[in-house]
Design a binder for this molecule. Structure first.
Ligand SMILES: [Zn+2]
Length: 440
């Protein structure tokens, strides 16, 4: 960076406490007008207005400060009427320069604790999830993996309301006591080794579901890598939920997100990729599904429809005889779950994928909006109690959202197109009442 101080039009006042601080301010003045500053050798707080084009000048400031071993945050300055000339710094005097639009704070770059990534954890969790989804997929095909008679029995076990009929299972459940652990131990105790080969019946379901969940996470991972954000490999959750065999997967983000444009992409990438992969799986699955008569008492689960799932079902099954329903092929079930998971992640709240999008798109209206969303979730809880579980989970994880490193670079048209895409996908995939009858 070459600098000709004599041609600088507005000379930098003596802000800096030291010669190095002065140097920093003069360098910053290449990219911004400075209204006020408190700068030391390696940290500081500068109020001013970054020059246009913002993105380039922000990048240049970031790069310059990074070359000094500093990490910089960029914020919009509060712009309230009557605040003109008011000092932004506590205890400092009033000053006369025009109201600054931006605040830059910098300090020594935090030493990132690069905890050794342990890919074997991700691999073990993934393999366990393969096992649980294979099991559920196989049970959905009414296999005899366990001395359980059907998926129906498994679901009733899951609801823990009814004790199993088989004495072995009952004994094992009693011995184990605890709920999930009890279920797992009971399952192992009543495993039917002769029928282990029936796990293969679960392959279509397991493969399709993991493909959807995996590509969702891969979308996040690749976007993170593209923007230099440090993220973990996906952690799959091998939970023997009677419908999914997993509670999905997640990645952890370990470094700051550079700006709001990157945050939108990071949030939208997962749902977008997962949704796009789900669509052909739903179509093939519906093609392979069959209409059947619903017999009362038979072990079946009725699932709700999203807009797109409903339209596609209409397309493949325009006329169902009275009393008939579509018996979903495992691929259709997996695709249905793909839609479900996509919409769940796109809920515009907290730090869910949709929460990232809402953070950027709604700005200061986000807080009020989140309460509306919570209200809607609570109301939907009357139709499917599972929503209450998700609502509470969101509250536990927190409604807040950390700001990105650079909050001043403006959004462009492509960013708003991605926001629109997120809204359209949510509208197409959202299932207001996922399970009209009972299952949590
Ligand atoms: Zn996601």
């Amino acid at each position: 960076m070459s600098t000709d101080w004599h041609k600088t039009e507005t000379p930098v006042p003596e802000f800096g406490a030291t010669r190095q601080a002065d140097r920093i301010l003069r360098a910053l003045q290449q990219h911004m007008t400075i209204a006020q500053a408190e700068v030391s050798d390696n940290s500081g707080f500068v109020a001013g207005t970054v020059l246009e084009p913002l993105a380039d000048n922000v990048a240049a400031i970031k790069e310059y400060l990074a070359s000094l071993g500093c990490f910089a945050l960029f914020r919009q300055a509060p712009r309230q009427p009557g605040q003109r000339g008011q000092s932004l710094f506590s205890g400092a005097e009033k000053w006369d320069s025009p109201l600054p639009r931006h605040l830059i704070q910098f300090g020594p770059a935090p030493v990132v604790q690069t905890r050794k990534s342990r890919p074997w954890v991700n691999i073990v969790l993934f393999l366990l999830t393969v096992l649980t989804t294979l099991t559920i997929g196989s049970l959905q095909q009414n296999s005899n993996l366990f001395f359980l008679r059907s998926l129906d029995e498994y679901i009733r076990l899951h609801s823990a309301g009814l004790l199993p009929k088989s004495p072995e299972l009952q004994a094992a459940m009693n011995a184990a006591g605890q709920y999930w652990w009890g279920l797992i131990r009971a399952s192992l105790a009543t495993l039917n080794p002769a029928n282990l080969g029936q796990l293969a019946l679960g392959v279509p379901f397991s493969f399709a579901l993991l493909l959807i969940l995996g590509s969702h996470e891969l979308g996040h991972c690749l976007t993170a890598r593209r923007y230099g954000v440090d993220a973990t490999l996906p952690y799959f959750l091998p939970i023997p939920h009677p419908l999914m065999g997993t509670m999905g997967a997640f990645i952890r983000i370990k470094s700051p997100i550079p700006n709001r444009r990157a945050l939108i992409r990071l949030g939208v990438a997962g749902p977008l990729v997962g949704f796009v992969i789900s669509i052909p799986i739903v179509i093939i699955g519906l093609k392979l599904s069959k209409p059947m008569l619903v017999e009362p008492g038979l072990s079946n689960i009725t699932v709700g429809s999203s807009l797109l799932f409903g339209w596609l079902s209409q397309l493949f099954f325009p006329r169902l005889a009275p009393g008939q329903d579509i018996f979903l092929h495992p691929l259709a079930s997996a695709g249905w779950l793909g839609f479900f998971v996509t919409a769940l992640n796109l809920l515009p709240i907290g730090q869910l994928d949709g929460g990232h999008v809402a953070y950027v798109a709604l700005g200061r209206f986000r807080r009020a909006f989140q309460f509306i969303v919570l209200g809607v979730i609570a109301a939907l809880g009357l139709l499917w109690p599972g929503w209450l579980f998700w609502g509470v989970l969101v509250l536990i994880l927190g409604l807040g959202h950390p700001p990105t490193q650079d909050e001043i670079t403006p959004l462009r048209r492509s960013d708003w197109l991605l926001v629109a895409a997120a809204i359209v996908i949510f509208a197409l995939a959202f299932i207001p009442v996922p399970f009209p009858r009972g299952v949590q």
